[in-house]
Ligand binder design. Structure first.
Ligand code: ADP
Ligand code: MG
Length: 288
C-alpha cells in the first residue's frame, strides 16, 4: 500500500507547482524554521532588461562592450544573459563567435572573442581579483550590474533591472505568521540585495555570495539548531541544496540542482512553498 503521506504529498504537488522527489520532504516541510531563498527568478521574476551600459575605457565604447559581451551570453542560460541578448537583438547587433566558452561557477562567463579574452562577471569576482568597482556602478539600487573585462582589464559594465514577484510578498506573510525566518542569499550586489530584502521585509540577506558560501550559510543555521530549507536554481547551488534539511530546486528540474533536491518548484513561485508548509502542518495536525 502507498503510505498516506506519500498519497497526500502526491496530490499536493499535483495541485501546486511542486515535484516532491524525496518521500520525507513533505513531512519535513512542516519543521522548517529557516528558509533561505535565492533571489533571481525566485523572489524576483528573473526577467531582466538592460537599463544602462557604461564604458570606463575609451578603447571600448558602449556598443563594443555590449557586442563582445553578447558573444559569451548567447551560450549562457542565466537570466542576465537572456536580458543582454534581448538588448542585442533589439539593437540589431551581429553577435560574434566565441571560442573556448566557459561558465565561471557562480561568478559569470568567459570566452575568447576575436583574439581577445572576454569575461562578464559578478561584483564578487572583481572583489576576489582586487579590481575596484567604478563609483557610479550602483547609482540605482534596483539594478543588477555585471562587469566586462577584456584581457584582464575592466572596460565597462552593463546594468540590468528585474522586478519582485507579487507572489513573494504573499508567501513571506505566511512564513512570518508561522514563525519561519526568511533570508535571501544572492550572488548579486549588496545594494540590490538590500533593496529586495527591505521591500519584502525579510529577516536578512547575504549578498555577493559564492556557491561554497551558500553551503556554509546552511551549516551556520543548522549549527544554531535551525531546520533549514533552501532554494537554488543552478548547478552551483547543488551542494547547498544537498546540505539543507529541505533542498528546493527552482525551475525546470532537469539539471544537477534538481537531482540533489528534495523538492522541485516547477513554476519558481514562492507561494507554492508557503502552501506546501501550510498543507503539511494541517495534515499532520489532523493525523495526530
Ligand atoms: P544568483 O542566482 O543569485 O544571481 P548565480 O550564482 O546564478 O546567483 O550568479 C551569481 C552572479 O554571477 C550573478 O549575480 C552575476 O553577477 C554573475 N553571473 C552569473 N552568470 C552570469 C552570466 N551569464 N553573465 C553575467 N554574469 C553572470
Ligand atoms: Mg542563480
Amino acid at each position: 500500500a502507498i503510505p498516506l503521506v506519500v498519497a497526500i504529498s502526491t496530490s499536493v504537488s499535483a495541485q501546486n507547482g511542486l515535484l516532491i522527489r524525496n518521500r520525507t520532504a513533505f513531512e519535513e516541510s512542516r519543521k522548517i524554521s529557516v528558509l533561505i531563498f535565492d533571489k533571481t527568478g525566485t523572489l524576483t521574476k528573473g526577467d531582466f532588461g538592460v537599463t544602462r551600459i557604461k564604458s570606463v575605457d575609451e578603447k571600448f565604447p558602449k556598443e563594443e562592450i555590449l557586442r563582445l559581451a553578447s558573444a559569451l551570453e548567447q551560450s549562457s542560460e542565466h537570466p542576465i544573459a537572456t536580458g543582454i541578448i534581448k538588448k542585442v537583438n533589439e539593437d540589431k547587433i551581429t553577435i560574434p563567435k566565441p571560442e573556448n566558452f566557459n561558465a565561471i561557477t557562480g561568478k559569470g562567463v568567459e570566452a575568447n572573442v576575436e583574439g581577445k579574452q572576454v569575461k562578464v562577471v559578478s561584483p564578487g569576482y572583481l572583489r576576489d581579483e582586487n579590481i575596484s568597482i567604478p563609483e557610479d556602478a550602483y547609482s540605482d539600487a534596483a539594478e543588477t550590474v555585471v562587469f566586462v573585462l577584456i584581457d584582464g582589464q575592466l572596460v565597462g559594465y552593463i546594468a540590468l533591472a528585474d522586478e519582485i514577484r507579487p507572489e513573494s510578498a504573499e508567501a513571506i506573510k505566511v512564513f512570518k505568521k508561522n514563525n519561519i525566518k526568511v533570508f535571501m542569499a544572492t550572488g548579486d550586489n549588496e545594494k540590490t540585495a538590500k533593496a529586495v530584502s527591505d521591500s519584502l521585509g525579510l529577516d536578512g540577506y547575504y549578498a555577493e555570495v559564492l556557491p561554497h558560501q551558500k553551503v556554509e550559510l546552511v551549516e551556520k543555521f543548522q549549527n544554531e539548531g535551525e531546520f533549514v530549507a533552501m532554494t537554488g536554481d543552478g548547478v552551483n547551488d547543488a551542494p547547498a541544496l544537498a546540505q539543507a534539511n529541505v533542498g528546493i530546486a527552482v525551475g525546470s528540474g532537469t539539471d544537477v540542482a534538481a537531482e540533489t533536491a528534495d523538492i522541485i518548484l516547477v513554476n519558481s513561485n514562492p507561494q507554492d512553498i508557503s502552501n506546501l508548509i501550510l498543507f503539511g502542518k494541517a495534515t499532520y495536525k489532523k493525523m495526530i
